[in-house]
Design a protein around this ligand. Structure first.
Ligand SMILES: [Fe+2]
Ligand SMILES: [Fe+2]
Length: 186
């Protein structure tokens, strides 16, 4: 049982590495857009779609679930981690806003480029900081769960296979995978 929590933590850490690649690509597209260059909106749409269906739907809920476990077995450690859920909510809301802006651009509904660029930059900075904070402050606390907690609830969420970086990527992301391979050899 304890090994399962360790495996979940391993997956969460790997997700962070994968997200770092994706955020670098997103930052690159935002920069191109800010310089009024030919930005690849399809690439941005694919990235934002993935962030909705895996990090927001699987990765963050798994962390929320582990925090719930931590609260019940080591409430003393959980008190300093209250910001986790609101931050996940903020990341999800910002992603939703960007998806709407990208959809508006698609139908030429007049979203200003500067707004989209600012939101993309905000998203990259927010998620980058969030990942660093979790690596340094959250995951070390989760390590104590390895020997004391039941992995069942977190496992139910985390069993979903990553549709982009997993062993069998979805065809939905073939264009995005091509971008990542081209840019970073991923
Ligand atoms: Fe998180
Ligand atoms: Fe995370």
């Amino acid at each position: 049982m304890s090994g399962d929590i360790a495996a979940i933590l391993g997956l969460l850490r790997q997700d962070h590495k994968n997200l770092t690649w994706l955020l670098a690509l997103m930052a690159q597209e935002a920069e191109r857009l800010g310089q009024a260059g030919a930005s690849d909106f399809d690439c941005l749409r694919d990235i934002m779609h993935y962030l909705d269906v895996y990090p927001d739907a699987v990765h963050h809920p798994t962390e929320d679930c582990l925090l719930g476990e931590l609260r019940s077995v080591r409430p003393d450690l959980a008190t300093g981690l209250k910001g986790l859920l609101p931050e996940h909510r903020r990341i999800s809301e910002l992603g939703h806003k960007i998806r709407n802006e990208l959809a508006s651009i698609q139908v030429e509904a007049g979203v200003r480029r500067e707004i989209l660029v600012a939101d993309l930059e905000d998203y990259v900075a927010t998620l980058t900081k969030h990942i660093e904070w979790e690596d340094q402050n959250l995951f070390p606390c989760f390590e104590v769960l390895v020997n004391v907690a039941s992995p069942s609830a977190a496992q139910r969420i985390m069993h979903v296979v990553d549709p982009l970086f997993g062993s069998q990527p979805s065809a939905t992301y073939s264009r995005l995978l091509h971008h990542l391979q081209f840019a970073y050899g991923r």
